[in-house]
Design a protein around this ligand. Structure first.
Ligand code: HEC
Ligand code: HEC
Ligand code: HEC
Length: 199
């Protein structure tokens, strides 16, 4: 009997509470649209979709790639006018067919034994590297993963391909852009100079 009483009490409590819930619901629906919860759900879906697109397209790439500044800025346009053999003054094939790649200090010293101009980048270059005989640790945009062997002779000499095809217009740029490194793989983002080509 006592358990029945308790059950009755409980059901009475529930019954007491019952009116509360519907009344709050009616309050809610009186504010909302006639169609019930459909509107807000679609709205939440759209907000969620937009949020995930922003995360995927904007925020994630920014988190994935860290931006690094080149140690010294370098103006290709200015230098192409100063040198005699164009690109080959600095980027040339050695006698064994291997590619010299990025120039060493020795190729700069004739003109930069001391600071000649007003440019703060030249000052940095001369004081930090030339004077201390330290090679500039250039960041190579096109750097391939270690398991890739790439031959410039095959492409530039034999296939007669233009530098621009693979590297974009770095050779005609006035300033070096930030180097973007993939935080997970450590690879360069601009492995094919695409960013330059789009400009
Ligand atoms: C006075 C020397 C000099 C001359 C002339 C020169 N460059 Fe460069 N070049 C450099 C230096 C220094 C860098 C290193 C910057 C860097 O890490 O990208 C560089 C980098 C590059 C790179 C980037 C490689 C990479 O993936 O990081 C390309 C491509 C390039 N040069 C193409 C050219 C072309 C094309 C020409 C001729 C139109 C040219 N350069 C003329 C000195 C020179
Ligand atoms: C044929 C001569 C010559 C050679 C070779 C040369 N430079 Fe220059 N460089 C100049 C002149 C001229 C200027 C502009 C005046 C100045 O600032 O001294 C200049 C300016 C600069 C500047 C400041 C402007 C800029 O590019 O941002 C830097 C940095 C620089 N050179 C780096 C180098 C490096 C690195 C090398 C070797 C890969 C090199 N230069 C080879 C002649 C040369
Ligand atoms: C078929 C595509 C292709 C062509 C054409 C090409 N390159 Fe490259 N270049 C590459 C690749 C790929 C790398 C990276 C190689 C690596 O990481 O081992 C590279 C690397 C470089 C580097 C950096 C090398 C280093 O590690 O020091 C320079 C500088 C460069 N190229 C300049 C040039 C110039 C100048 C030309 C035109 C005469 C040219 N490239 C033509 C694909 C190309």
């Amino acid at each position: 009997m006592s358990t029945d009483e308790k059950a009755n009490e409980v059901s009475a409590e529930v019954a007491d509470q019952e009116p509360i819930t519907p009344s709050s619901e009616t309050e809610g629906s009186s504010h909302g649209a006639e169609g019930g919860a459909g509107g807000p759900i679609i709205l939440f879906f759209i907000i969620g979709l937009i949020a995930s697109l922003i995360v995927g397209w904007v925020i994630f790439p920014q988190l994935l790639y860290s931006q690094k500044k080149q140690p010294v800025d370098f103006n290709h346009v200015l230098h192409n006018e100063e040198v005699e053999d164009g690109c080959e003054s600095c980027h040339f094939f050695r006698e064994d067919g291997t590619y010299s790649g990025v120039p060493k200090l020795a190729q700069c010293i004739d003109c930069h034994e001391e600071v000649n101009g007003e440019d703060p980048e030249e000052e940095k270059f001369v004081n930090e590297y030339v004077a201390k005989e330290r090679e500039v640790p250039w960041l190579i945009y096109s750097r391939q993963p270690q398991n890739v062997f790439f031959s410039h002779v095959a492409h530039v000499k034999m296939a007669q391909m233009d530098c621009v095809t693979c590297h974009g217009n770095i050779g005609e740029s006035e300033s070096l852009k930030a180097y973007e490194e993939n935080r997970i793989s450590g690879y360069s983002r601009d492995i094919w100079g695409r960013k330059y080509r789009r400009n």
